[in-house]
Design a protein around this ligand. Sequence first.
Ligand code: NAP
Length: 259
Amino acid sequence: MGNGQDKAGRGAHPQRILILGGTTEASALAAGLAPLAAHFAPTLSLAGRTARPRPLPVPTRIGGFGGAQGLAEYLLAEGIGQVVDATHPFAARISRNAAEACAAADVPLLAIRRPAWDRQPRDDWTEVDDMAGAAAALGEMPRNVFLTIGRQEVSAFLAAPQHRYFVRSIEPAGVALPQLQAIAARGPFDRAAETRFLREAGIAVMVTKNSGGAATYAKIEAARDLGLPVVVVRRPAVPAVPWVADAQAALERLRQGIV
Ligand code: NAP
């Protein structure tokens, strides 16, 4: 670990930690590290997709690094002693870059990999590999579709313009689907409100990523309650690196210096 520090990075200087974020886990880890300033100096990195991210209790940097090589250069230039990949399960490129950059710069990497949702007995799921597969799975007949996939991949549904889409995202998708109703909202969402929305909008099918976690699970429960079909996009592959399931476990590992 160097610099006269012990295994947990405690020593003359607080250990510099880069948290790759954009998730509730990243924010929770940042909040957990903030009071430990004598030991840890975290920086939270956001891609910059959201114009007004929630305020956070640690220094934040915004924007891409310029691929794995750019990230490796950043780690060395900033004297980062630990990287935590707390990005979203569908943000596969930055996770690959993190694994590659940490190997190149010889910096330890810990990932927070939130468990995927499992299909429950009353869930009516069709699982697909990507958004193109999700658009195809909606079928030929026009339907009211609830797209709860964020805004970046809404254009995949231009392939199925016969449907009426209710698109929920933090910021507008900006995609010219002929029948699109934008719903601006940021989670967490509760089950009763989700059920009410699905009913009132006359939703016939919902499309979601298998994001996992509690913050957006209410929509899955609401669809189950109403017997609605759900098209679930499976997760992309991510590199095999040491991982934990949540922010609390990551905090424990960092405190114990066992990453
Ligand atoms: P991605 O496809 O894996 O990454 C694309 C590029 O964005 C990366 O190559 C990197 O640019 C930059 N980037 C991504 N995350 C970054 C971070 N935390 N800090 C700095 N640069 C980052 O990622 P994405 O799916 O576009 O997701 C972008 C962000 O939104 C991530 O922070 C992710 O956690 C969050 N998010 C994603 C989803 C989702 O469904 N994909 C959902 C919720 C939140 P360079 O190569 O130039 O470094």
